[in-house]
Design a binder for this molecule. Structure first.
Ligand code: UDP
Length: 323
């Protein structure tokens, strides 16, 4: 298929593009490189540097790609940042996203795959989390993704756009070639591994008084290659709907740090800090629907394997994509 991939120079997008090319798809990446890296775009893909805020540029790129499906990764995706700069989230994820949706339907493209998030659920009362739980986001990031989901429902109703929405839990790990390299790193695993690499003195534990077994937040970490595989399955004819993607296992911040210590074999100093605003205590997926309906089978469900792949990538790319 001819795929138009927004955010294909970013962390999850770059891993998907690699897998999509391996599966025989033809890929055009559209990315403004605000967070992504040119070197993270698989050389077999066509690359267009552009911003979703520029509707004519999006129209032109979609036409040139001859796209049959759009896979939309491009977004701002930091809970903490969204609590200090909500406008960035509604601007990028909602307003710019709407440009893409309009351009997609105008171009007559009928298939859309969207990267959503478990943050659309807020603080769920039921664990693990199925797709039908109430969505009450507690930060502008989750709210902006939920707003995009809402727009998709109406575009399906009115324009017949067929879509698959994936609500990711915590993406982590790396392929052999592509890994996590944010300009300002806020995510847990890369920040902890920086200490193991000797690039930071210590890492931080945000909040030790949560109602969880060891007082730190619990998350469901999922390998970036497993996320990519789910997107490939979503492109099959007739696939549509909302799917949670996680492994169904929760690990606390302290457990993640311990796993990083074990995998790297290095000392990792951790400092206890106050809670980070906007963080729900526990988020664990029930991905049964994706398994049953899409035939999704995660290949790297164990946290140790996920951290191992991230560690190997960071050791091989100590400066990320720079230098
Ligand atoms: N976290 C932490 N120290 C860090 C980064 C994150 O304690 O340096 C915590 C964060 O508060 C959250 C969990 O680790 O409870 C996962 O955070 P991350 O930013 O990796 O992903 P999120 O769950 O926000 O998408």
């Amino acid at each position: 298929m001819k795929l138009f991939v927004t955010g294909g120079a970013g962390y999850i997008g770059s891993a998907f593009v690699e897998e999509a090319l391996n599966a025989g798809h033809e890929v055009t990446v559209f990315d403004n490189l605000s967070e992504g890296h040119r070197a993270a775009v698989d050389p077999r893909a066509r690359f267009v540097e552009g911003c979703l805020s520029q509707r004519p540029a999006v129209d032109a790129a979609l036409r040139a790609a001859g796209a049959e499906a759009v896979v939309h990764f491009a977004a701002r995706a930091l809970v903490g940042e969204s609590m200090t700069d909500p406008g960035k989230y509604f601007g990028n994820n909602v307003a710019n996203g709407l440009n893409l949706l309009e351009a997609t339907t105008t171009a007559g493209i009928r298939k859309f795959v969207f990267s959503s998030t478990c943050a659309t659920f807020g603080i769920p009362e039921v664990m693990p989390m199925t797709e039908d739980l109430p969505q009450r986001p507690v930060n502008p990031y989750g709210e902006s993704k939920l707003m995009f989901e809402t727009m998709l429902r109406w575009f399906r109703e009115i324009h017949g756009l067929e879509f698959v929405v994936f609500r990711y839990f915590n993406a982590a790990g790396a392929t052999k070639r592509f890994g996590e390299a944010h300009r300002i790193e806020t995510h847990l695993i890369p920040n902890v591994l920086k200490v193991a690499l000797g690039q930071a003195e210590s890492c931080k534990i945000f909040g030790t008084d949560y109602p969880t077994p060891d007082g730190t937040c619990v998350r469901d970490y999922i390998h970036v290659s497993d996320l990519a595989q789910a997107h490939l399955l979503a492109l099959a004819p007739g696939k549509a709907g909302f799917y949670n993607l996680g492994n169904g296992d929760g690990y606390s911040v302290r457990e993640v740090i311990d796993t990083c210590r074990a995998v790297s074999g290095r000392e990792i100093k951790a400092l206890e800090e106050p809670r980070r605003p906007g963080d729900p205590p526990r988020l664990i997926a029930d991905a049964t629907k994706a398994v049953n309906e899409l035939g999704w089978q995660p290949k790297f469900p164990k946290l140790e394997d996920i951290v191992c792949s991230a560690w190997e990538w960071h050791v091989g790319h100590p400066k990320g994509y720079g230098g």
